[in-house]
Design a protein around this ligand. Structure first.
Ligand code: FAD
Length: 468
């Protein structure tokens, strides 16, 4: 019965993957009192000298914060984050113009990935009913028995069984491989033509080289560079560019020529030596978008985070969505008394439309960030949306605000955005028609009161009038 279920805390939950989502999830299950075993293929990053990760820093926003709050981690993480209140657009001629993210007081936070991961692992470890197993790489698992096979650093294999397997092993999930063998499992993956490369902008005279409370963007249509601030007063700059363009640059002269042409203002800030060194240090990294469904298998296994939905990083929501997965799963657990046979399908039902929606939105922003921000129409619409939001805060809510500063379900945010666009575009068309009608009316009145004017004379007057 459900009540027996709830009290049965001897159930073993295996969280596979001790990255951002796995570490947070371990806290969630441990908080509920389950016996949690976390398995991570890497060594303990808290002891490692070099931590190899995906990006050095990332943007934390409302959804992620709410999920951290639930396990008492929000303040610890937020206190080490740097608020970014607006985008700072760097034009080719060096002028900088801010575009606020939301209303006054709304901001996203730049957080250090390695530190966030370490803090979450330590938080999980504080639960007496949670155990962290590093150097455990999942090779395979059986749907029938729930037994998992791990490879240990010494080459030995270990078999472990659990009541529930939670796959948080990232975009190239080993857990997902079993799903792919099942009938009626939907799966798609897309590599975008762009890769990314990280460069460091050092402090200048002991302080940030640029205004720290911004996410700096150098949009250049087919490619772009962004920069997020770090606690040590450096910026991590990320260059997103088609792989074929990365490959065209093969010498130090070429990379300097490229920066001179497209990001001249960044050269003195990053430094010529650093650009030449960092550009050739590591090859550009690929970015993949993964969509699948369902996220669960029977009452045995469920996937969360990038394992279930890797998204391209252009909405700053991959981790936030993964963190929200943990919160949504917890809400469903509460609703259905921790009965996995009901909770798992319900989680899939609730979460798939939302994670698919954010995957689509991230793809959309992939174009918006590098090219639309250069367009006057786009900027006009951003300001108009913000203005309408200001005067009608409950009727018009900019998409970015819904995604970043609320927990409006992602798919509902998209629906509402389409509706708002329809209303605003109709409004703008009406304004256009009204002003044309008004203009025509005035012109006719003017013509009637000046019957001796020819059409040509009238037209030249209208032209002159435009300038006042
Ligand atoms: P991961 O962080 O990939 O963790 C998976 C873990 O599983 C790893 O520790 C790995 O070692 C382990 N693992 C893998 N295979 C196995 C195995 N077989 N056995 C055991 N363990 C295994 N998101 C945001 O919200 N905001 C941002 O600003 C942002 N910026 C980004 C910038 C870039 C360039 C990129 C690439 C991503 C960005 N993201 C951002 C997305 C974010 O990085 C991911 O969504 C997030 O890392 C997902 O966390 P995860 O725990 O699901 O997966």
């Amino acid at each position: 019965t459900p009540s027996e279920n709830r009290s049965d805390k001897r159930k073993v939950i295996a969280v596979v993957g001790g990255g951002l989502v796995g570490a947070l999830n371990a806290c969630y299950f441990a908080k509920r009192g389950f016996a949690v075993e976390l398995f991570e293929s890497r060594e303990d990053i808290r002891q490692a000298k070099v931590v190899r990760g995906r990006s050095i820093n990332l943007a934390l926003s409302h959804r992620g914060r709410q999920a951290l709050k639930h396990v008492g981690m929000e303040e610890t993480i937020v206190s080490k984050g740097i608020p970014m209140r607006a985008r700072m657009i760097h034009a080719l001629n060096g002028t900088r113009s801010p575009i606020p993210y939301g209303k006054k007081g709304q901001y996203i936070l730049s957080v250090d990935r390695a530190n966030l991961n370490k803090e979450l692992l330590t938080a999980a470890e504080h639960y007496p009913n949670a155990k962290l197993n590093f150097g455990h790489k999942l090779l395979d698992w059986s749907i029938e028995s729930g037994a998992m096979t791990f490879l240990r650093p010494d080459g030995a294999k270990e078999q472990i069984k659990a009541d529930l397997i939670v796959g948080c092993d990232g975009a190239f999930s080993a857990i997902r491989k079993q799903f792919l063998r099942q009938s009626r499992f939907n799966y798609s993956q897309t590599y975008i033509p762009h890769g990314y490369m990280e460069l460091t902008m050092p402090p200048h005279n002991g302080d940030f080289a640029m205004e720290p409370n911004y996410l700096h963007i150098w949009p250049r249509n087919t490619f772009m560079m962004i920069a997020l601030p770090n606690q040590d007063k450096t910026f991590t700059c990320t260059l997103f560019m088609p792989f074929e363009d990365f490959e065209k640059i093969t010498t130090e002269e070429e990379v300097m020529g490229f920066f001179q042409t497209y990001f001249p203002d960044s050269i003195p800030l990053i430094g010529e030596v650093a650009i030449k060194r960092d550009y050739f240090r590591l090859p550009a990294q690929a970015m993949v978008s993964v969509k699948c469904s369902p996220y669960h298998m029977g009452d045995k296994c469920v996937m969360m985070g990038d394992a279930a939905h890797a998204v391209v990083p252009f909405y700053g929501q991959g981790m936030n969505a993964g963190f929200e997965d943990c919160l949504v799963f917890d809400e469903v657990m509460e609703q259905f008394n921790e009965d996995f046979s009901v909770v798992l399908p319900e989680y899939t039902r609730v979460r798939v439309p939302d994670d698919h929606a954010i995957a689509d939105l991230a793809m959309y922003n992939y174009v918006e960030m590098r090219s639309h921000v250069n367009s006057k129409w786009f900027l006009f619409r951003k300001y108009l949306d913000n203005f309408l939001h200001f005067i009608m805060p409950n009727t018009i809510i900019p998409l970015y605000t819904m995604v970043t500063f609320t927990r409006t379900r992602y798919h509902e945010a998209v629906k509402r955005w389409h509706w708002q666009n329809k209303v605003i575009n109709r409004g703008l068309s009406l304004c256009g028609v009204a002003s044309m009608a008004g203009g025509t009316y005035l012109a006719i009145r003017f013509a009637l009161s000046h019957p001796s004017l020819t059409v040509d004379q009238l037209w030249s007057r209208v032209h002159t009038l435009r300038w006042y």
